[in-house]
Design a protein around this ligand. Structure first.
Ligand code: SF4
Length: 381
């Protein structure tokens, strides 16, 4: 039996989208009907029963997929059902991802009534041609309209996601999208460099020469501009891709980056509890069968050793602006990060990629561009 009772975070994966964006490799399907969605909600609640009883959750995140594609009454049933199965009385952040093309006032009001207190909208770009390149099916104006509906429904905590380094995007057009995003006043923004995940249509088109990826130097300049500009307006980066006004940081994501315990429900949902790590089957039918038969839908189950866990935590904490704080790290792992990462830190600091003091170490501006490579070094034994 896998441990669940210590979870502080709950992730719910809703694997339905009305269209597949060409860069996306999250698990979702586009062919569904209300019957299957209704059964999906029932199965999620059945799956929740396995983990619910002893967990005291402080953050909840509904991602996907497109959670807001669940019809209103089904979503209400899911929210109410989860509240019966988990102790959600201490939840201080409950986020739902909403598609800007489908948000309605009634839907936002229902979410708010049921305890959701943060919404996240995938804006991606405010340039029509760039949205078309990404195969996103919403119009730029719908982002502002959705945010207005969300505010009308009482939401104060809001996020928009943007993507940079889109084929054909210039530094100038990225600056414009960023300014438009900032003008919406959400206080939190996630800005991701476009990645070409294997087997996505974007990756195939790039391989075939149909599209050309952004030059590395342009992408880096976009990242640097983003960090400078958002810091100027008081939304500094608190993580490599995330920017927020003080107090608006996403607590659920911070829980991941600090090595917290969480349970993931739904196909492809990932879980981590005290060094046990697993993932639900990333396939709706297989997940359905497992839940119907009363089996755990878990695959890729592994128990990390104390050192593996500490190294993984180092890799996650390095994403944060404050990097790896020695005291916090020792509190969570019982290990001294100075000793564990001595070789890497010495080498990377000499190359100007890490900076540090007596309290810890973090990525320098130069290190940001090669953060993944530095993380990989921290993971090595
Ligand atoms: S809406 Fe989100 S989850 Fe669905 S295909 Fe697009 S990026 Fe992926």
């Amino acid at each position: 039996m896998l441990p669940g009772g210590l979870a502080e975070g709950l992730y719910v994966h809703v694997p339905f989208c009305f269209h597949k964006c060409h860069y996306c490799d999250f698990y979702s399907i586009t062919r569904q009907d209300e019957g299957r969605m209704g059964k999906f909600v029932e199965r999620l609640l059945k799956e929740a029963e396995v983990w619910g009883s002893s967990s005291r959750i402080s953050t909840v995140f509904f991602g996907g997929g497109t959670p807001s594609l669940l019809p209103l009454e089904m979503m209400r049933k899911l929210l109410q059902g989860l509240k019966l199965r988990f102790d959600l009385s201490q939840v201080d952040e409950w986020t739902v991802e909403v598609n800007p093309a489908t948000a309605t006032l009634e839907y936002c009001q229902m979410l708010r009534e049921e305890g959701v207190n943060r919404l996240s909208f995938g804006a991606q770009s405010f340039v029509v041609a760039e949205l078309a390149t990404l195969e996103r099916h919403h119009e730029p104006r719908q982002v502002a309209e959705s945010l207005q509906l969300a505010r009308q429904a009482g939401f104060k905590r809001l996020n928009i996601d943007l993507i940079y380094a889109i084929p054909g995007q210039t530094l100038e057009s990225w600056r414009r999208s960023l300014e438009e995003g900032m003008a919406l006043g959400t206080g939190h923004m996630s800005c991701y460099g476009l990645t070409y995940e294997p087997n996505t249509p974007m990756a195939v088109k790039k391989r075939l020469g149909v599209i050309k990826g952004a030059e590395e130097s342009v992408e880096l300049e976009m990242l640097r501009h983003t960090r400078r500009r958002l810091a100027e307006v008081g939304w500094p980066a608190y993580e490599i891709s995330n920017y927020a006004k003080e107090g608006e940081e996403c607590r659920h994501n911070l829980m991941y980056w600090r090595g917290g315990n969480y349970i993931g429900l739904g196909p492809s949902g990932a879980s981590h509890v005290e060094g046990w790590r697993w993932r639900n089957r990333p396939h709706l039918r297989e997940w359905e069968e497992a839940v119907d038969e009363g089996r755990l839908a878990a695959v890729e189950v592994e128990k990390l050793s104390a050192e593996q866990r500490a190294r993984e935590l180092g890799m996650l904490m390095l994403r944060l602006r404050r990097g790896i704080n020695y005291e916090e790290f020792a509190g969570r792992t019982g290990m001294d990060a100075r000793m564990l990462f001595a070789g890497v830190v010495g080498q990377m600091t000499n190359h100007g990629l890490l900076e540090g003091d007596q309290s810890g170490f973090w990525l320098s501006e130069g290190g940001l561009a090669v953060a993944d490579a530095i993380s990989a070094e921290l993971l090595k034994g």
